[in-house]
Design a protein around this ligand. Structure first.
Ligand code: ADP
Length: 204
């Protein structure tokens, strides 16, 4: 299955992406994780993208699209994948469609995790990661940057849901609730067994 998981920062995309990809046996490809690994590894790519990440801005499309194209050409993505954090703009969505087309593939489903903005701000401001045994806050989870990321989402990424709705690929899933409840709703939206009423996208 070739799937895109959409949703604002703090909707739980990363968590759900890992579980769903594991269930389906496809790689979870997170552009945010790839960028962060490059920043902490101080690679050339990392040096190029650090200022964008720290400011909560999108990394320019030419960098992001080339990176995703390379990743999708790897052997483990041949039979399917779950993209988390990409596409994040209409041009990225169009370029993804073209790149997949060149490989003779297309997306099967796009799932949007829906959470209201007040809840997102609460979740992101309280979010901590464990790095080397220590609790740390992501630089871009600071309150001012969180607000900026949400406005970038509203302006540049939210229209991507409409793009996929127009292609008949979109399922909107309510992402408020326990992690396993949300997982069941996503699996149901994908028509996968174990996801409750298969084929019935959870209504919002
Ligand atoms: P979140 O969804 O919580 O904002 P991500 O880990 O998906 O977090 O993304 C973190 C940052 O990585 C973004 O704010 C942006 O700077 C960069 N990034 C990730 N994916 C993309 C993308 N598809 N296009 C441009 N920038 C991206």
């Amino acid at each position: 299955m070739r799937i895109v998981l959409l949703g604002p920062p703090g909707a739980g995309k990363g968590t759900q992406a890992q579980i769903i990809a594991g269930t389906l046996g496809v790689p979870a490809i997170s552009t945010g994780d790839i960028f962060r690994a490059n920043v902490s590894g101080q690679t050339e790519l990392g040096k190029k993208v650090k200022t964008f990440l720290d400011a909560g801005n999108l990394v320019p499309d030419e960098i992001t699209v080339a990176m995703v194209k390379d990743r999708l050409a790897e052997a483990d993505a041949e039979g399917g994948f779950l993209l988390d954090g990409f596409p994040r703009s209409i041009p990225q969505a169009e370029q993804l469609r073209d790149s997949l087309g060149e490989l003779g593939h297309k997306l099967d489903r796009v799932v949007e995790l829906v959470v209201e903005e007040d809840e997102l701000v609460r979740r992101l401001s309280g979010r901590r990661m464990i790095v080397d045994g220590k609790e740390v806050q992501r630089d871009d989870d600071k309150p001012e940057t969180v607000r900026h990321r949400l406005s970038v989402y509203r302006e540049q990424t939210a229209p991507v849901a409409g793009f996929y709705e127009g292609e008949g690929l979109l399922a909107r899933v309510d992402a408020i609730g326990e992690i396993d409840e949300v997982t069941s709703r996503v699996l149901a939206a994908l028509g996968v067994e174990g996801g409750g009423e298969a084929g019935q996208p959870a209504a919002v």
